[in-house]
Design a protein around this ligand. Structure first.
Ligand code: ACO
Length: 383
């Protein structure tokens, strides 16, 4: 039996699929600037709210006021109705491993929801949309529930208000000031979607096999967790903490280069002249903390940016300002990447629906670099 030969009989390939077009999408484009379904990211980030953007990504157009309100109600209702079986299981895990990373709790939690809700097929478009909206509410509620359970508290109810306001209230334990809820919402809008990034591609790959929504999202969360992707926003604060003061920045950055370590929060596979989202949020972050103790961290961040630009022509990505915003809002570092999950749920689920709607299994080829053909020797003959 012979396999179809590798068409290129290839000796060349794009490591990390850099520059490879792996499919089509109508959800987001990065040409010139980032656009969600044709809308420039800047007005969406300045004036849109997360529900509006999530609706746009999932349904293809901006909602009317009525559609917006109804969508928000459906998402909030889902946040208030986590299945008891999933919560019970989470409570046991929290009692056994209270120090587990919230990212692991989310990945496990979504997988448990799939089991509890008996999700085993992709369903039709309508069913997938219902599921996507439900998960949009359940995932932030899972995160908040985990934090309560891991701290040994009873699970608090999901507050009223927009998803951004409610989640920020759940994460800090107090109703947020309006400007804080607004910038937090902006981070969710900016994190919502980004075309064929690693986690979205993971979700689409799982969807392409005919698997179910919860399996796609579980895979996506696992991919997002890595420090080269979503995990970078947690590492950014470690970087700033490790440098300490602006006068140490130059030496610290060059130590990283000498050790061939990447500086978290800088560089991007697609944006080579800077990440539009980082520019937008960086400015907002500086404005938010101006005149407070947060100024010192902004000065340090500024210094690192200038050093990275001069030394390597590298500019910040979204994780660089997002970590500083979350820190300024008083959030613990271990929820930074889970917040990214909450936001990216909108993009992931939209991509799963798009993949299911026009599917062919994702199955690329590889170039074999292993041992030459050799004969099998039975175990007994190998001594
Ligand atoms: N610090 C130091 N050097 C870097 C950095 C960095 N942050 N980013 C890239 N480089 C270097 C690479 O090592 C490479 O050097 P080389 O030519 O000597 O090998 C060169 O710059 C070019 O790298 P790219 O091809 O542009 O990097 P790639 O596309 O493979 O990786 C990535 C992109 C993973 C984002 C990388 O820039 C990185 O590791 N950054 C730090 C982690 C991070 O911030 N991730 C968040 C991504 S954005 C997001 O998830 C919202």
């Amino acid at each position: 039996m012979s396999a179809t030969p590798n068409p290129a009989a290839a000796t060349e390939f794009a490591k990390g699929l850099a520059g490879v077009v792996a499919g089509t999408t109508a959800i987001a484009s990065l040409e010139g600037t980032l656009r969600y379904r044709g809308y420039d990211i800047e007005p969406l980030a300045r004036a849109g709210d997360f529900e509006e953007v999530a609706y746009l990504l999932l349904h293809g157009q901006l909602p009317t006021q009525r559609e917006h309100a109804a969508f928000g109600d459906r998402v909030a209702a889902a946040a208030r109705s986590l299945p008891a079986a999933a919560l019970d299981a989470l409570a046991r895990l929290a009692a056994a491993r209270p120090d587990a990373a919230p990212m692991d709790a989310l990945r496990t939690g979504v997988s448990m929801l799939g089991l509890v809700e008996r999700d085993d097929t992709p369903g039709d478009r309508t069913a997938l949309l219902v599921q996507a909206e439900r998960l949009l509410g359940q995932v932030p509620a899972l995160l908040a529930a985990w934090l309560d359970l891991a701290a040994g508290r009873p699970v608090a109810p999901w507050p009223s208000g927009s998803l951004a306001t409610a989640l920020l209230e759940r994460l800090t334990g107090r109703a947020p000031a309006a400007p804080h809820a607004a910038i937090f919402g902006t981070t969710l809008v900016l994190y919502a979607e980004h075309e064929f990034n690693a986690s979205t591609f993971a979700a689409r790959t799982v969807a392409s096999t005919g698997s179910d929504m919860h399996s796609c999202i579980t895979a996506a969360i696992g991919a997002l967790k890595g420090p080269l992707h979503g995990g970078a926003n947690e590492k950014v604060l470690e970087v700033l903490g490790a440098i300490g003061t602006a006068d140490r920045a130059e030496a610290w950055v060059h130590e990283q280069f000498a050790a061939k370590r990447v500086v978290m929060g800088f560089g991007h596979r697609v944006y080579k002249d800077g990440d539009v989202r980082a520019k937008l949020l960086g400015t907002m972050c500086r404005e938010m903390v101006r005149g407070t103790a947060g100024d010192a961290l902004e000065d340090l961040a500024d210094r690192v940016e200038r050093i990275m630009l001069a030394a390597k022509a590298l500019k910040p990505n979204l994780d660089w300002p997002a970590a500083r915003v979350y820190h300024a809002l008083g959030l613990p570092v271990n929820v930074f990447t889970p917040i990214f999950v909450v936001a990216r749920m909108s993009g992931w689920t939209a991509h799963v629906i798009e993949q299911v709607g026009d599917n062919r299994i994702i199955r690329p080829l590889s170039i074999y670099t292993g041992a030459a053909p050799r004969d099998y020797l039975p175990l007994a003959a190998r001594g």
